[in-house]
Write a protein that binds this ligand. Structure first.
Ligand code: NDP
Length: 304
């Protein structure tokens, strides 16, 4: 029977550990503060920002949500960032992606002060990651590392295969696993014979954005499978395909008219893996926990 790596439980553990640190800061200095910028009204972005802000206030942190119109220019957005960069009560700044087309996303990324870049996307922080030097780390891959550590899974000496090479998940994930002494392979859309490469993995990380793409022939029996993907299915034929060996998915689809699925086939993963992250309830909750951890750490460094 595969072991389920419970992201919600690890999220709770991380948040509980943050509480006394937040309390100490609040009593001795001031509350840690996170500013979240949301441009336009992308429904998915609104949900993500809503839960980040809610978690902040549940923890007793200052959270400020800046809602800006989708007609905003790069210069106007940079002016807001300049103000937040200077504010003493703000320790973390997060700009929810994606931004409207007319905004230069790279200029925005560069404009955030690296020590307030709690997403870990600023080139300075990316450089620190490459060098294995201290800096805020990208939240999703950092969350995966925390989940592995707390689940007693040591990547040292293991074959780790990551499918996906994005700046926000695939690449930082590869570097973190490398620093943890795994032997790392990064795959992408041009990789030849992807199933064979994936079957080498003791630790298989899927960050692709393609519904249940990794099926049985991609998974070595006994592998640890980390499914970062989050895809919403609204079609019945697709729901039936992904429900093979995972009847709860079809039941959820019947009930809600849609269902959330990762990049790994849930039935095949449950059958073959020794341990895996479910979707939902696996990697998702860790991302938000690490965002809170990065903000608290930033406040501690600033107020030390
Ligand atoms: P991107 O679209 O930026 O990157 C996808 C990667 O997958 C690319 O490197 C791409 O390769 C690769 N890829 C696409 N198709 C294939 C294929 N057929 N074979 C092999 N590789 C392929 O996605 P993100 O990294 O931003 O996100 C990945 C997934 O993770 C998404 O489902 C997203 O929703 C989810 N996510 C979840 C988070 C969470 O908190 N749980 C946080 C962030 C993301 P190439 O570079 O060659 O195009």
């Amino acid at each position: 029977m595969a072991r389920i790596l419970d992201g919600k439980a690890v999220n709770q553990a991380i948040l509980e550990e943050l509480k006394p640190r937040i309390q100490r800061l609040s009593q001795e200095r001031r509350r840690p503060g996170l500013a979240v910028i949301l441009v336009g009204n992308n429904p998915a972005s609104e949900i993500y920002v809503g839960s980040k802000v809610r978690t902040c206030s549940e923890l007793g942190m200052l959270s400020e949500e800046l809602r800006l119109p989708d007609t905003i220019t790069t210069a106007e957005l940079l002016a807001h960032l300049d103000t937040l960069n200077r504010r003493d009560d703000i320790d973390g700044i997060l700009v929810q992606m994606p931004l409207p087309r007319q905004v230069d996303s790279r200029a925005v990324l560069l404009a955030i002060r690296p020590d307030k870049d709690v997403d870990g996307f600023h080139p300075f922080n990316v450089g620190q990651l490459v060098a294995n030097a201290p800096a805020p780390r990208a939240c999703t891959p950092a969350g995966v590392m925390e989940l592995l550590r707390r689940s007693g899974i040591d990547p040292a000496g293991q074959e780790a295969v990551i499918v996906g090479r994005s700046d926000i998940v695939g690449k930082p994930m590869a570097l973190l696993l490398l620093h943890a002494h795994a032997t790392v392979t990064i795959c992408h859309s041009k990789t030849k014979d992807l199933p064979a490469v994936c079957r080498r993995a003791d630790i298989l990380v899927a960050a692709i954005g393609r519904t249940a793409m990794l099926t049985a022939d991609y998974i070595k029996p006994g592998a640890v499978v980390i499914d970062v993907g989050m895809n919403r299915i609204t079609g019945r034929a697709e729901a039936e395909r992904i429900s093979r060996g995972a009847p709860a998915k079809l039941a959820a689809f019947e009930k809600h008219g849609s269902v959330l699925v990762g990049d790994v086939h849930p039935g095949d993963m449950a059958e073959l893996a020794s341990a895996y992250t479910p979707v939902p309830g696996g990697v998702g909750p860790l991302t938000i926990a690490m965002l809170m951890a990065n903000t608290v750490q930033s406040a501690e460094l600033r107020l030390a």
